[in-house]
Design a protein around this ligand. Structure first.
Ligand code: SF4
Length: 139
């Protein structure tokens, strides 16, 4: 799946859940709490493939899923630039995490960075529209 396909599909799933919670009268804090990993596994099992096992993407006691993938992520399926013979397809805007190389391409690796999964970060960057929060990701 390309980055843009994932981005659009995830944004649509996220919106469906938020719209449902807003219609039920949930406050901002209640919406953020609803996106807690343990609750999402129970209530929204199709939201993330890892919920099936269930397995957390990061080893954190409290993991919030509201801002998966991360407002600092930058991607372009046609390339953000080049490094030697590699095309750079994604990177981190604040230079966290690591890089990994695939066949002629370099991707951002966020597996060791928990920045977007902390409730305080979600609260600070909150908007009902996930697409709005992530609007800088499509570089
Ligand atoms: S490395 Fe961390 S801050 Fe950077 S894009 Fe990935 S999750 Fe976000």
């Amino acid at each position: 799946m390309s980055y843009i396909e994932w981005f659009e599909q995830h944004g649509a799933k996220h919106k469906e859940i938020v719209d449902k919670l807003v219609a039920k009268g949930f406050s901002e804090d209640e919406i953020i709490d609803y996106f807690d990993f343990d609750n999402m596994v129970k209530e929204e099992n199709d939201f993330c493939p890892l919920y099936k096992e269930p397995k957390k993407c990061h080893d954190m006691k409290k993991l919030n899923c509201y801002l998966c993938g991360c407002p600092h992520f930058r991607f372009n399926d046609d390339g953000l630039g080049e490094y030697n013979e590699f095309k750079i397809l994604s990177k981190c805007d604040i230079n966290n995490g690591e890089k990994f190389a695939g066949k002629n391409v370099i991707h951002q690796n966020c597996s060791k960075c928990s920045v977007p999964h902390h409730k305080a970060f979600v609260k600070k960057n909150f908007d009902l529209s996930w697409s709005k929060i992530m609007s800088g990701c499509k570089a």
